[in-house]
Design a protein around this ligand. Structure first.
Ligand code: WQD
Length: 333
């Protein structure tokens, strides 16, 4: 298939482009580089031997994006492009709603104009809000999101449902990621935010590499076995593979479909710290601090649907991800 990947130089996007190319698909990347670097395209070529087409473009810019669609006949779009820092979204809600919603609406208008019928969307477990119980299933209630970032994901899922309902033959699939972690074993691709990381894994990797002094554990008084927050940490390579597998859902007779992508297992903050220490034979100094506002105690996936319908089976362990993340961060300046 010929696939347009928006946000294809980002953390999950770049790993997915590698997986698509390795599967023999043709890839065109559209990315404005607001949160990634152009040299990721060269790194993708070094890993796969194939240099994907690249357009430096804001997906919300209809004129520029129309040029992209006019130069290629796409079979599908995978839509990663979007701002994704939870904390920043609370400070700058309008930026998040404008950017994440405008880019999606522009994309869908152009898909209709050029008759590109299939879209895979990068959604998030945040759409489940504060879950009643875990593990989370796709049919569990969504809503009650606790930040504008999560709310944009919720709204975009609704937009996709309405769009495919109104346009015969169009198909949309939302993939709800749990907590993506890790890096490519080549150490060429990984997660390295431009400023102090909000997410746990990149923060620990900076501590492990001496770039930050210690980890602050946000609360150890949750209703969990060791009192710290539990999440479903899924290796980015497994997540990328999940996207390749999800392409088959366009042949299913559902116009709209949703799949959880996780491991199906929960890991606490302290368990992750200890796994990281074991994987890399080092110590991670940490201090127990107060809870972070908006955090939930536990969230992990039921991945039965992805397993049964897509053949999605996670291959990498959390420990593998700790090793890959450490080695990648070690290579960063
Ligand atoms: C994980 C756990 C924290 C940092 C968010 C988004 C989600 C996705 C992944 C984009 C929690 C604890 C964290 C730290 C800590 N984002 N923690 N000290 O909040 O589960 O999910 O990132 O795709 O959509 O919502 O991830 O890594 O921030 O936190 O103790 O310095 O680690 O309390 O229990 P989160 P996280």
């Amino acid at each position: 298939m010929k696939i347009l990947v928006t946000g294809g130089t980002g953390f999950i996007g770049s790993h997915t482009v590698v997986a698509l190319l390795e599967e023999g698909h043709e890839v065109v990347i559209a990315d404005n580089l607001v949160n990634s670097q152009r040299n990721v395209v060269t790194k993708i070529k070094r890993i796969t031997g194939v240099k994907p087409f690249f357009y430096k473009v804001d997906v919300a810019d209809k004129k520029s994006m129309r040029k992209v669609f006019s130069e290629h006949k796409f079979d599908a779009v995978i839509h990663f492009a979007g701002l994704k820092a939870v904390g920043e979204s609370v400070q700058k809600p309008l930026l998040y709603y404008r950017n994440n919603l405008d880019s999606t609406l522009t994309l869908l208008e152009l898909m209709k104009e050029f008759d590109v019928k299939n879209i895979l969307f990068s959604s998030s477990a945040t759409v489940y809000g504060t879950p009643e119980n875990v593990p989370l299933k796709e049919e569990d209630p969504i809503g009650g999101t606790t930040n504008p970032y999560g709310t944009t994901k919720l709204i975009i899922e609704q937009i996709l449902m309405d769009f495919v309902h109104a346009n015969e033959g169009f198909k949309a699939v939302s993939l709800r990621y749990f907590n993506p972690i890790g890096a490519h074993p080549s150490k060429l691709l990984g997660e390295s935010p431009n400023d102090i990381p909000n997410n746990l894994m990149p923060y620990i990797s900076r501590v492990a590499n001496g770039k930050l002094s210690h980890l602050n554990v946000f609360g150890d008084d949750y209703e969990t076995p060791d009192g710290t927050g539990i999440r479903d940490y899924v290796h980015v390579l497994d997540l990328a593979n999940g996207h390749v597998l999800a392409l088959k859902a366009f042949s299913f007779n559902h116009a709209y479909n949703v799949y959880n992508l996780g491991t199906g297992k929960g890991t606490s903050v302290l368990e992750l710290v200890h796994l990281y220490e074991k994987a890399n034979k080092l110590k991670i100094p940490y201090v127990i601090g107060p809870r972070r506002e908006g955090d939930i105690a536990a969230s992990y996936a039921d991945i039965t649907k992805a397993k049964n319908e897509l053949g999605f089976v996670p291959h990498y362990s959390v420990k593998d991800a700790c090793r890959h993340a450490y080695l990648f961060e070690k290579k960063q300046k």
